[in-house]
Design a protein around this ligand. Structure first.
Ligand SMILES: *[C@@H]1O[C@H](CO)[C@@H](O)[C@H](O)[C@H]1NC(C)=O
Ligand SMILES: *[C@@H]1O[C@H](CO)[C@@H](O)[C@H](O)[C@H]1NC(C)=O
Ligand SMILES: *[C@@H]1O[C@H](CO)[C@@H](O)[C@H](O)[C@H]1NC(C)=O
Ligand SMILES: *[C@@H]1O[C@H](CO)[C@@H](O)[C@H](O)[C@H]1NC(C)=O
Ligand SMILES: *[C@@H]1O[C@H](CO)[C@@H](O)[C@H](O)[C@H]1NC(C)=O
Length: 437
């Protein structure tokens, strides 16, 4: 069995620049160890929304991405605040919009379902047949010979919130926002391309009310105790890497590799920090930021890693635009504005450093991590309108008045066309430029 999975990513941001998209083929069968990953709103995703399908103006598409980021940052803040201590079934974990979906096969014989993958999430959720309120395809557990509800006495039952033992099975209810879900803890085999995880533990969702329950299940790639990675340590050894294609890419292809094989050997790395209280998140030490050649003045406290408060810096694939604590963001922004001289600055939604007409004259921004400098070209920190007439610095300050204001999030716009390696056994996170678009 191959331990590495090659996912090809299909990503779609809603830019009218793409006009009529070259639709990727939707009836892909995953072969060998290759899995296709779709953006949740891509043409082939069963979860695409009508709004996403409609052509949005550039401004509207940016605003939509930012508004999705807001709920994402709230989710991350709930992790940082430690309110989301239950890895397998955190209600808050699903209030954000998942970004990527993969095909997974569950049960015996296998049933194919799309599930969301998320690097900052440990949740394992599958909408099960008979689910009241689930909006999409469900897993028909009655047809699976390997399906097994977990009894109340199972150790995993201690890891779910409000466990209840109506029958012999371990059940739990979670509320979030205006929604509530009810699920049974269960096990079945899950197969990703050719790789099977036997006895995968997940919440088999039976009832949902309200509108915030996501249509798809969740396959967490976080590092918490019950995430997919933690349940498949012998197979994937808590190692994976991904390359997100440019949001401007016509073909939206990239890939995600699970397992230690076929990972880059020569790659710059920085130590991965383990925060037992925020077990899902991949923390690193950001120490400084360079705008062009100038290291901007940022108080060290803006970057300080504190496992107790949750402060520090994480890599996340589910947030689109990098969010920096205010003093760090302001220092970066002010240097960009200084370099732009007297050009008139404007704002667009959460972006406060936009220019109409004048291109942004900063060639690079460098994130300086412990032992690793990552120098980003403009495509990773400037977002331009399709006509090229407006450009914005594509980062923002962490929302104020919110615990998340202590967290720096290195997000997907800044990661595109880079390979990000997560290597838990060696406690390192690697970054390398890679043209995967
Ligand atoms: C959980 O939710 C179900 C369905 O909404 C309900 O019947 C049950 O009483 C709830 N259980 C607990 C322990 O709240
Ligand atoms: C499912 O997992 C069990 C072990 O829990 C294993 O014996 C069985 O062969 C698996 N079935 C398939 C189809 O992989
Ligand atoms: C998109 O894919 C097609 C077919 O694989 C290829 O011919 C074309 O060059 C690709 N376009 C880009 C911009 O990569
Ligand atoms: C900004 O404008 C002032 C007054 O018009 C001018 O003296 C100065 O040189 C300009 N600075 C830059 C960097 O263009
Ligand atoms: C990062 O760049 C700075 C210069 O800005 C340099 O002093 C430092 O050694 C570099 N760090 C690494 C790990 O290359």
């Amino acid at each position: 069995m191959m331990n590495a999975l090659f996912f090809s990513l299909a990503i779609l941001f809603f830019s009218p620049a793409q006009g009529l998209l070259q639709s990727p083929s939707c009836d892909v069968t995953d072969h060998g160890s290759n899995l296709q990953v779709l953006h949740v709103n891509s043409p082939c995703s069963p979860f695409k929304t009508a709004a996403a399908a409609a052509a949005l103006s550039w401004e509207d598409s940016v605003l939509q991405m930012q508004s999705n980021d807001k709920s994402r940052l709230q989710y991350l803040s709930s992790l940082v605040a430690g309110r989301s201590v239950v890895p397998i079934a955190s209600g808050r974990a699903v209030t954000q919009n998942p970004t990527y979906v993969v095909r997974a096969k569950i049960g015996t014989p296998a049933q194919t379902l799309f599930v969301a993958v998320d690097t900052s999430n440990d949740a394992a959720w599958i909408p099960c047949s008979g689910c009241v309120g689930c909006s999409s395809a469900t897993f028909n557990y009655a047809k699976s010979s390997s399906f097994k509800p977990l009894p109340c006495g199972a150790p995993q039952c201690n890891q779910v919130p409000n466990p209840s033992c109506g029958g012999a099975a371990c059940g739990f209810n979670v509320t979030y926002g205006s929604s509530a879900i009810s699920a049974t803890l269960a096990q079945d085999n899950i197969t990703l391309a050719a790789d099977s995880v036997h006895g995968y533990t997940f919440g088999c969702v039976r009832t949902t009310t309200g509108s915030s329950f996501p249509a798809q299940g969740l396959l967490g790639l976080g590092r918490g105790p019950l995430s997919l990675l933690s349940q498949s340590v012998s197979l994937y050894q808590s190692t994976f890497s991904y390359c997100l294609p440019s949001y401007k890419s016509v073909n939206f292809t990239g890939n995600l590799r699970l397992g230690p094989h076929s990972q880059p050997i020569r790659i710059k790395t920085t130590p991965l920090l383990r925060n037992p209280r925020r077990s899902s998140l991949y923390y690193v030490n950001l120490v400084a930021i360079r705008v062009g050649r100038r290291v901007v003045a940022i108080p060290p406290s803006a970057f300080a890693y504190d496992p107790v408060s949750g402060a520090g810096t994480v890599f996340d694939s589910g947030t689109v635009f990098t969010s920096l604590v205010r003093p760090a963001y302001v220092a970066v922004r002010d240097e960009v504005r200084r370099r732009m001289g007297n050009a008139t600055v404007s704002s667009l939604g959460g972006f406060d450093t936009c220019y109409a007409g004048a291109p942004i004259s900063v060639p690079t921004v460098t994130f300086m991590f412990a032992g690793m400098n990552v120098t980003l070209p403009q495509d990773n920190f400037v977002i331009r309108s399709s006509a090229g007439t407006t450009s914005c610095l594509a980062m923002a300050a962490a929302p104020d008045g919110n615990v998340n204001s202590v967290l720096n999030v290195i997000a997907s716009f800044q990661q595109q066309n880079h390979r990000i390696l997560i290597d838990v056994p060696n406690s390192r996170l690697g970054v390398a430029r890679e043209a995967c678009s």
